[in-house]
Design a binder for this molecule. Structure first.
Ligand code: NAP
Length: 252
């Protein structure tokens, strides 16, 4: 019975930013749990193809769609492509994200806008893209990737922190709006995870951050993916409007 509750067999999931890092691990884990996957990305064609191959090795279907999810029209193509290829959309993972870190004094309005558009407006765009199909089938799951930074704030990340806090507010509102359509809406707020994004942080700062994590290490994309699979699964059928913190005890 427990196994059945984690089963995503024949579900269709759209994963934004699924070519690298957390999104890649999420796409593979959802496929492992039985879902067919639309992998979105914005530039990394090769990595997206690689993810597609790995999903197909798991005997699941996969389509890759290059689109900038910060742009409304491009994001709508994700919903259309999922419907064309698979005929339905059961799960949306709003994962695509970037950082352009500067203190407020040095941050340009371009850097502010780019991060707001890619990390937060994309969540609006992609949720709109799958909303009608999910409402028509009276069910779905939407999960957006927030961050520990959305709750703690961080030096040099006012743009990024604002988007991640915004995702939490969006999630709570959508959970209320879409509950009557049987659509569950949740967020996850990971702490520091070993991906290319963390790779941009200088070594001394990385060590400083690590010393603040109770479990003494960064998280892995696979650990985040397991939490996402859980939230997508029938095992989480009564969970909506929540933000799941996972940060190794960095923020308690
Ligand atoms: P990453 O390794 O840099 O991967 C980012 C992914 O997003 C890539 O697949 C990238 O595709 C895609 N992407 C970027 N801009 C896009 C756009 N405009 N349209 C479509 N796709 C786009 O980042 P990550 O560390 O896995 O982060 C994934 C998410 O987790 C982000 O929302 C991030 O804020 C959040 N997060 C990360 C951490 C961490 O410590 N790493 C912690 C908490 C939360 P292309 O390569 O094709 O551009």
């Amino acid at each position: 019975m427990i196994e059945e509750l984690y089963d995503l067999k024949d579900k269709v999931a759209v994963v934004t930013g699924g070519s690298r890092g957390i999104g890649r691990a999420v796409a593979l884990a959802l496929a492992e749990a039985g879902a067919d996957i639309l992998v979105n990305y914005s530039r990394s064609d090769k990595q997206a193809d690689q993810v597609k191959k790995e999903i197909e090795k798991k005997k699941r279907k996969c389509v890759t769609v290059r689109a900038d999810v910060g742009k409304f029209e491009q994001a709508q193509n994700l919903g259309k492509a999922a419907m064309n290829h698979f005929g339905k959309v059961d799960i949306l993972i709003n994962n695509a994200g970037i950082n352009r870190d500067r203190t407020l004094r040095r941050m340009t309005s371009e850097q502010w806008n780019e991060v707001i558009q890619t990390n937060l407006t994309s969540v609006f765009n992609c949720t709109k893209a799958v909303l009608e199909p999910m409402m028509a089938q009276n069910g779905g799951v939407i999960i957006s990737v927030s961050s520990i930074i959305g709750e703690m704030g961080n030096l040099g990340q006012c743009n990024y922190a604002s988007t991640k806090a915004g995702i939490i507010g969006f999630t709570k509102t959508m959970a209320r709006e879409l509950a009557s359509n049987n659509i569950r809406v949740n967020a996850i707020a990971p702490g520091f995870i070993e991906t290319d994004m963390l790779g941009t942080v200088p070594e001394d700062i990385r060590n400083q951050i690590k010393s603040q994590i109770a479990l003494g290490r960064f998280g892995t994309p696979e650990e985040v993916a397991l939490a996402v699979v859980y939230l997508c699964s029938p095992a989480a059928s009564w969970i909506t409007g929540t933000t799941l913190r996972m940060n190794g005890g960095h923020y308690i």
